[in-house]
Design a protein around this ligand. Structure first.
Ligand code: ZN
Length: 89
C-alpha cells in the first residue's frame, strides 16, 4: 500500500506535500498473538532477503501453535478413521 500524503504548511507560508512513512509492527502469531522470532521489517526489506524458517506456515503461525494444530488435526483424522472401521465391521 502507498504511504499517506499529508499537506504541511511551512514557516515560509508554503503548502507542501509530505509523505508519511508507515509504521511496521513486529510480525505476530495469528493464533496466540505473540511476536514471532523475526525482525521488524518493511515489505521492501522483507523482499530484499530475510528468510523465514522452512516449516509450513512460517511467518504466520509460531512453532508452538503449529505443533498443537498439527497434533489436533492428526488426532481428529485418526479418530475419524477408527470410527469408520468400527461402523464397517
Ligand atoms: Zn502462536
Amino acid at each position: 500500500m502507498a504511504n499517506r500524503r499529508i499537506h504541511v504548511r511551512t514557516p515560509g507560508g508554503e503548502l507542501k506535500i509530505r509523505i508519511e512513512r508507515k509504521k511496521y509492527d513486529r510480525p505476530k502469531c495469528a493464533i496466540c498473538k505473540k511476536p514471532l522470532n523475526m525482525p521488524k521489517l518493511t515489505p521492501k526489506e522483507a523482499r530484499k532477503g530475510f528468510r523465514t524458517p522452512g516449516r509450513p506456515y512460517a511467518g504466520f503461525i509460531d512453532h508452538k501453535c503449529l505443533e498443537l494444530a498439527l497434533k489436533k488435526a492428526v488426532r481428529e483424522l485418526a479418530e475419524a478413521i477408527l470410527l469408520e472401521r468400527k461402523t464397517h465391521t
